[in-house]
Design a protein around this ligand. Structure first.
Ligand code: ITT
Ligand code: NA
Length: 206
């Protein structure tokens, strides 16, 4: 079968493909539907934005659609960038731009003796999933969170987004140094996906 995900983020697509392959599902993303207009993400919460994306695309296509709204919440920045994570350094910003912006914001907060400290602040990744079925106008939701630290020393070539700056003490690695399977086992998205498939009561195929 096919599962349509309302995302234009290639990193998310890779993680959805990995997660749903055991269920015999192939992922289609907005890269497969280039004619569809972008969804305006003006919600104040991840859950609100996830529903905006899933509902708009599902109603347009007349098929069930999954959407993911996610981001990084940094304690020393009062939870920023939060729902603005994708455009922290401005509209259309690259992952690299956003990572530099994050380090520069934390640089300003470092004081005196703390400047040599590689771990700058506690932080969490949050992922809100929304699966919208237009035939019944109903939504299934799931949310996942992973706690970690922002490091001043980026490391790793895996993952996407803020992964090189997100340090996991239990692995002694950044999220970008984990394999796809390892990231899935600890990440906000992995947790949300497990909760969603439990709600759907679907099981991996043998
Ligand atoms: P879509 O809306 O098309 O899905 P997007 O990248 O704009 O793609 P979001 O609006 O949900 O997605 O923004 C999430 C941002 O938060 C994303 O661009 C990353 O910068 C960051 N982010 C989310 N999940 C992440 C992860 O697993 N690892 C690293 N950064 C992540
Ligand atoms: Na967003």
């Amino acid at each position: 079968g096919i599962l349509i995900v309302a995302t234009k983020n290639a990193g998310k697509v890779r993680e959805f493909q990995h997660a749903f392959a055991p269920f015999g599902l192939t992922i289609q993303s907005m890269f497969d539907y280039p004619e569809l207009p972008d969804v305006v993400e003006d919600g104040t919460t991840f859950a609100e934005n996830a529903l905006k994306k899933s509902r708009q695309i599902a109603e347009t296509l007349g098929l069930p659609v999954l959407a993911d709204d996610s981001g990084l919440c940094v304690d020393a920045l009062d939870g920023r960038p939060g729902v603005y994570s994708a455009r922290y350094a401005g509209e259309g910003a690259s992952d690299e731009d956003n990572n530099l912006k994050l380090l520069s914001e934390l640089e300003g907060l470092k004081q005196g003796e703390d400047t040599g400290q590689p771990l700058l602040s506690t932080a969490r990744f949050v992922c809100a999933l929304s699966l919208y079925d237009p035939s019944t106008a109903t939504e299934l939701t799931a949310e996942g969170v992973v706690e970690g630290w922002i490091t001043s020393e980026p490391a790793g070539g895996g993952g996407f987004g803020y992964d090189p700056l997100f340090y996991l003490p239990e692995f002694e690695k950044t999220m970008a140094e984990l394999t796809l399977a390892e990231k899935q086992s600890v990440s906000h998205r992995g947790m949300a996906l497990r909760l969603l498939t439990e709600k759907l009561a679907v099981k991996p195929q043998d």
